[in-house]
Each structure stands twice: as C-alpha cells, then as structure tokens.
Design a protein. Structure first.
Length: 401
C-alpha cells in the first residue's frame, strides 16, 4: 500500500542518541519530513502538550522515570495524545511484565529491535487507514463535544469498515464516560452480536454495577475473564463488585492473582494495599504499598497517603522501627506538600494500637490544631472517621467527617 507521510508530524522518544538518530533517518527515508525527538518521558510530555503529533515512536525502556507504557497512559489520560494518533512502542525486550503492560495499554503496534525501514513503513501503512478518520473525533473532543465525536463514529460505522469492533469500543467508552449508559450498552451489544469480546462484557459489567445490579455485573465480569483471562480490567471490575458486596477476602484474593499477572497498574496496587491492610494481611499489604510507591515515583504521582499507609501497615505487622522510618521519610520527602500534616496524623492514629509508647493526648492535640486551621482533605477525612471511632473518639470523628 502506498502511503503519503510527507505531511505527518512524528515524535521519536528514546533515551539513546544513536537510536533517535537511526529512527529519524528511517523516517526521513520513507517520506516523513517533520521529525521531533525527546530523550525522556517528561520532555516528551512537554512536546505533546505544545504540539499535536500524528505518529509517536516510543522506546519502552526510557531509563529512570516513566517507561514507554507509563508515558503512553499518562499522555492518554491527559488528553494530549488523540485517538487519531498512531502510537508505536519500540522495544528490545519481551518480559512478561512488558507483555502484560502492553495488553493493558494497547498501543497501535510494537516493533522489536532491530527492525528495518520496510517493516516500519508496513506498520504505519496498516495503522494509518484506521487512525486517520479518527482525527475528526479528536477535533470534537477537544471542543468538549462528546456527542459530536459519537456522531462522527456513527458515520464511520455506517460504512461497515474492517475496524468496526475498534470503533464500537471507542463509541462505548466515550458514551459511558459522558454518562450515556444506554448508548454505551447498545454499542457493546452490537459488538457482541458479531463476536465475543472481553472489553464489551467488561463495559456492560461496569454499567450493571453503576445501575445497582451487582449480580449481573459479577456474571459479566466473570464471562469476560473466562473469555480472555489476561484482560485485567475485568479482574479489577470483579474485585470492586465483590468488595462492595461484602466479600473483601475474595476481592483481595482476586487482586493478589491480578497483580502477579500484571503488576504495573498503580490503581490495582493501591486497591490491593487498602484491602489487604483492612483484612490484616500485612505481608500482602506491605508488598502492594511498596510496589505502589515505586510505580507512583516513576510516574511522578507519589503522594503522602501512600507512605502513611505503608507506615500503618508496618506498625500493624509489628515492625515498629520500620514504621517510624517510613513516617520520618514521609515527613522529609513531602515536607512542602499541603496534605502531609494530615496524612502524618492518619498514620500515627493507625499506629496507636501497635506503638505502646505513643502519646495519645499529644496526638489528639495535634489533630485538633490541624482541624482548627481548616478541614482535612476528603480522602484523609474518610480514613480519619473510622479510626477515631475505633479509638472511642466519636465526637472528633463526627466533627471531622
């Protein structure tokens, strides 16, 4: 297939200068005229915020900081990479962690080093016909016009294109995110009429859970997992339904298996840490919090709440020295974060029952002083209320809720 790349803008992301130069030369040789490059994820994000790219070639391993998968997820979450952008991951490895991350992130293609310019051209020739029509979807979304984006997808779908399942999935996700569950469900069912699809079953499960139908949601999530065991969103959805239904142990066990299969999801590690801590499964909780902190640091999303949870888990485990060290680290690394005083108090309150030398009176005075200065952050307040009630501090719990 002949493709015209002359007017396509391309961003190359690789931490090795020689590879950036090689990819640039390949792109120029197949007709691309405008090629920018970035060394690290942070630089790439800045470039994507300033300019819209048609094609992104990104190495998976970018050294310290975010890797290629995390960069892709961050750019997509921020809305600086559109549905019409071709994102190709370049990698020299095929570890299970990378493969599972790929299944979750869903880039448009993978290229394993070394590769030729002919293979690169072939990948682009395959992706361009699918992605180019989605530029109008991106244009509508940039204007905040989700209905217009869905309407354009309907026009594309009317032509019965080869990528109908991909278009239906995008339509369902956009509709669900905008609250139009009827349109989302219809798109999922249309896809399922053609062939079973884990993504469609999972979205229907989310809709059922949202509509207060937990049994139906559980059934759909389990069907999705049976169909595609590696589709991790179904595991996450099922765990949430099980927890909401009061079966925290089953939810925790499911997430333990899920993170062993695919460990690079920050929300999944956080959910497991919270559940395991509540169930007093301290070894599981500690491992989850540590993994969550490592991932959050990579993605520049670290937060004092994660360190407070780790400190509380260590104290619950009986590792008071490590718990105090984690608390000290929290204070040092987040000294300028506005929520640090609150999360420090949350951690100390959680540690009261395991640290016999803790001064309860002083801690309550510290809490009262914070409350006088202003209300706690919402997430901190949600954790303060139950721990205060467990300590018999019902009046303070009510006041801070």
């Amino acid at each position: 297939m002949t493709i015209d790349l002359a007017k396509k803008t391309v961003l190359v992301i690789d931490d090795f200068q020689n590879m950036r130069a090689t990819l640039r030369q390949m792109l120029l040789s197949i007709g691309v005229q405008e090629v920018d490059s970035a060394l690290k994820a942070e630089e790439a994000l800045e470039r994507m915020r300033a300019k819209r790219y048609d094609i992104v070639l990104c190495d998976y391993n970018l050294g310290s900081g975010m890797d290629g998968q995390q960069l892709f997820e961050a750019a997509r979450a921020e809305g600086i990479i559109g549905h019409g952008t071709i994102f190709i991951m370049v990698t020299a490895e095929n570890s299970s962690e990378m493969v599972m991350g790929a299944l979750e992130a869903l880039p448009d293609a993978y290229l394993t080093k070394p590769f030729t310019k002919d293979l690169l051209r072939a990948r682009l020739a395959r992706a361009l016909p699918r992605k180019a029509p989605l530029q109008k979807v991106d244009d509508a979304l940039r204007k905040g016009d989700t209905a217009g984006a869905v309407a354009h997808l309907d026009r594309l779908l009317a032509g019965n294109p080869a990528n109908t399942p991909e278009l239906l999935r995008l339509k369902a996700e956009l509709a669900l995110n905008s609250g139009d569950t009827a349109t989302a469900a219809a798109a999922c069912r249309q896809a399922l009429d053609a062939r079973p699809a884990a993504w469609a079953l999972t979205l229907l499960g989310r809709i059922a859970a949202r509509d207060g139908q937990p049994a139906e949601a559980e059934k759909l999530f389990r069907e999705a997992i049976a169909l595609t065991p590696a589709y991790m969103a179904a595991h996450d959805g099922l765990a949430a339904v099980l927890e909401a239904g009061g079966d925290a142990q089953a939810a925790c066990d499911l997430l333990v298996a899920a993170v062993e299969r695919s460990a690079k999801s920050l929300p999944r590690q956080l959910a497991l840490g919270r559940l395991a801590q509540a169930l007093k499964k301290t070894d599981v909780a500690e491992r989850a919090w540590r993994r969550a902190i490592a991932l959050a640091r990579q993605m520049e999303k670290d937060h004092p709440a994660y360190h407070a949870a780790l400190a509380a888990t260590l104290a619950l485990k009986g590792d008071n020295r490590d718990a105090q060290a984690a608390l000290k680290k929290l204070a040092q690394e987040f000294r300028s974060h506005p929520e640090t005083p609150w999360w420090t108090v949350v951690a100390k309150l959680n540690m009261l029952g395991t640290a016999p030398t803790a001064d309860r009176t002083a801690l309550m005075q510290e809490l009262d002083a914070l409350a006088q200065a202003g209300p706690p952050p919402r997430d901190a307040a949600a954790q303060l209320a139950p721990v205060l009630r467990a300590l018999g501090e019902n009046e303070r719990a009510t006041r801070l809720a």
